[in-house]
Unconditional design. Structure first.
Ligand SMILES: [Zn+2]
Length: 383
């Protein structure tokens, strides 16, 4: 019998409490709770996700409220667009008469799947989570325009959905950090492969909350590595700011965060699963978004190579990036250049935010002033 497995190991005792419920952790916001509509839904492959609609109140007549889908990065959550401690993107969108819709896709830290539950690849996000969320929103908004603002892996997977033709007719897409041409810092990609190989035998995810894992644990060497040359004494900040879950990249410009946001990092960014690394590694080596599943027919809708299928993009795209992005470097500028050469008919623009890193384009204390204006300007011209 080929598939017979023999379990020779004795099961390990549970060392820590992990969340296994698929009900999303409550959102943190300062909106009137009556305006926050939480819509749990189950994808056709059986994964429970969270969609949240923010009611605009009476700020704009119903027929004149374009909807905006917000997609967080991997291990972040819808919380990244709702920070109570700063003027956040949802505030800015509401003031301009947009109806924000926030998706917690399966990589959200409000959901349990990064730590427990069924493993997934970015194919699943592109095939199920994003198109099915978009379909759900469309049933509610009718023929009102629908935009998308997507960060990091949320944007990378959106590019795969778009080039598969699974989310046609978006009014416009704002992509932050990375889109069709992922390019990681050299030491990041090296560490990513080394960390993956060395660590996957012992642990399956990289935690960010030092308080939960304790001072002496199997994760101690990771935190020790991250603390090298760190200027901030906070271990969670070190593993994110100084090391990006052990990859050696930097996720934000430190002084752009308020003290409150800095203290909430372990809540805003959850543990990173190591089992996603093979797909990320394949994407990084290809320098474009490629699907993971080669033989499983369920994924044949997705292009093998999203860049080669870029002609299917039917929405204007704004590529945004901080000039100091320490994770994806100048991937967005590269994307603009490559698309200008290969698909000159596409409506693609690139805007660089001087002095900004990666996550601080949304979490930063001054993001409303320095970043959101570019997003609102782009949406405003196309609404
Ligand atoms: Zn810090």
């Amino acid at each position: 019998m080929i598939f017979r497995t023999t379990n020779t190991r004795t099961p390990r005792p549970a060392l820590r409490k992990v969340r296994t419920t698929p009900t999303p952790r409550p959102l943190r916001h300062r909106l009137d709770p009556a305006r926050v509509e939480e819509i749990p839904f189950r994808t056709t492959d059986g994964v429970r996700l969270g969609l949240t609609r923010i009611d605009t109140g009476d700020r704009a007549p119903a027929h004149d409220r374009p909807a905006v889908l917000l997609l967080h990065g991997h291990t972040a959550s819808a919380d990244m667009f709702l920070l109570p401690e700063t003027r956040n993107l949802v505030d800015s969108l509401l003031d301009e008469g947009y109806e924000p819709w926030l998706l917690d896709w399966r990589g959200s830290c409000r959901l349990p799947y990064n730590e427990t539950g069924r493993r997934y690849t970015y194919d699943d996000v592109a095939l199920y989570d994003i198109p099915e969320a978009v379909a759900h929103i469309r049933t509610r908004i009718g023929d009102r325009p629908l935009f998308a603002v997507a960060h990091c892996i949320g944007s990378l997977t959106l590019s795969l959905s778009m080039t598969a033709g699974l989310v046609p007719g978006l009014a416009g897409v704002v992509s932050q950090g990375v889109f069709l041409t992922p390019k990681l810092a050299g030491r990041t990609s090296l560490r990513m492969s080394l960390a993956g190989e060395l660590l996957k035998s012992r642990i399956d995810h990289i935690p960010v909350d030092f308080r939960k894992v304790g001072l002496w644990s199997k994760y101690t060497p990771l935190f020790a590595l991250a603390s090298r040359k760190a200027t901030c004494p906070d271990p969670t900040c070190q593993i994110l700011h100084n090391s990006a879950w052990g990859t050696g990249a930097s996720l934000f410009v430190h002084e752009h965060l308020t003290e409150t946001t800095h203290d909430r990092l372990a809540e805003l960014l959850g543990p990173a699963p190591l089992w996603i690394l093979p797909h990320l590694r394949r994407i990084e080596l290809a320098r474009t978004v490629v699907r993971w599943h080669d033989t499983d027919h369920r994924y044949r809708t997705l292009p093998q190579n999203a860049l080669d299928a870029a002609a299917r993009i039917d929405a204007p795209v704004l590529l945004l990036a901080g000039s100091e992005n320490g994770l994806w470097l100048d991937s967005q500028r590269l994307c603009r250049d490559v698309l200008a050469h290969r698909q000159p008919q596409l409506d693609v623009t690139y805007t660089e935010i001087p002095g900004y890193g990666h996550l601080d384009t949304f979490l930063g204390r001054g993001a409303a002033l320095d970043v959101f204006g570019h997003i609102l300007g782009f949406l405003g011209e196309r609404r």
